[in-house]
Design a protein around this ligand. Structure first.
Ligand SMILES: Nc1ncnc2c1ncn2[C@@H]1O[C@H](COP(=O)(O)OP(=O)(O)O)[C@@H](O)[C@H]1O
Ligand SMILES: [Mg+2]
Length: 263
């Protein structure tokens, strides 16, 4: 038996907490420390109930990444890409330390150090690190970042793209994406409880209210719909700014309110 098969697919959960939850997206480099703490607690508490499960945590960059990445997009200067990375790492550090303070084993994985692209085609080199972390009972914590491209300087890799990667690579049994809204909203502002990939083309979802260089809700829904149609992996979009939703997601609570995206 291959050593790697020790990680059983059914056990892997992928959870993304959006930058809209962890930071004030309208205020550069401003963390919502209370939200980071509350979510860390919910993760710690839920982990006690689901000791068998493996968790890959991804977070967005929020105001620690989007405004900085926008500067880079406009200038094309290497320095600006590096500033974006430094800043995203700062938020990652807050998240990882908050988990560690609660006794969880958490480990940062910075995409810049392990993902490259070639003309936009992304090559992930972080699989083994994630795998070894999961085997060792560590929560790997990935984040939206800039990555180096073999042809054209730096590119932006979103937390949402990382969710899709991790879910596919580890055949996640549960994928949750937390933002600051209750789910995908229709034109009347009502939450759409279920979306299938065929619905997505007909929908008119907008981007983010704030600077979001990675396409906001629209791109998120497209990526998750593709994950559902091509890999048959469903996901749930929920409000992680509301207390106990992260806990509900991690403990398979049926009362978790949100939008399910499935084939
Ligand atoms: N139809 C929609 N349903 C829900 N949110 C939407 C919709 N259209 C635009 N949005 C915006 O998308 C935002 C969430 O996306 P985004 O800012 O990228 O979150 P994150 O920082 O978590 O990645 C919401 O705060 C909301 O302002
Ligand atoms: Mg976003």
């Amino acid at each position: 038996m291959n050593e790697r098969s020790r990680i059983h697919a059914e056990e892997v959960y992928v959870l993304k907490i959006g930058g809209s939850v962890l930071t004030e997206k309208g205020k550069e480099r401003t963390a919502r420390k209370d939200a980071i703490k509350r979510i860390s607690k919910e993760i710690a508490l839920a982990t006690l109930h689901t000791a068998r499960k493996k968790l890959i945590l991804v977070h967005g960059a929020g105001s620690y990444g989007h405004p900085q990445a926008k500067v880079y997009q406009e200038s094309g200067e290497v320095e600006d890409a590096l500033v974006t990375h430094e800043s995203a790492k700062e938020l990652n550090r807050l998240v990882v330390s908050s988990l560690m303070e609660l006794g969880l084993k958490a480990m940062p994985i910075h995409p810049l150090s392990g993902v490259v692209s070639k003309g936009g085609r992304i090559k992930y080199k972080i699989k083994e690190q994630i795998e070894l972390a999961l085997e060792a009972g560590i929560v790997p914590v990935l984040h939206g970042d800039v990555i180096m491209d073999e042809k054209e300087g730096f590119r932006i890799l979103s937390g949402d793209q990382l969710v899709v990667y991790a879910a596919k690579e580890f055949k996640a049994s549960r994928v949750g994406v937390g933002t600051d809204v209750d789910g995908v909203l229709d034109d009347e502002g009502e939450v759409i409880r279920k979306i299938t990939p065929v619905d997505v083309d007909k929908m008119s979802i907008k981007g983010s209210e704030h600077v979001d260089v990675t396409g906001g809700m629209k791109e998120k829904v497209h990526l998750l719909a593709k994950l559902a149609s091509e890999n048959n992996i469903p996901s749930v979009l929920f409000n992680a700014s509301r207390e106990s939703n992260v806990y509900k997601f991690l403990t398979d609570d049926e009362n978790l309110f949100g939008t399910v995206i499935s084939a």
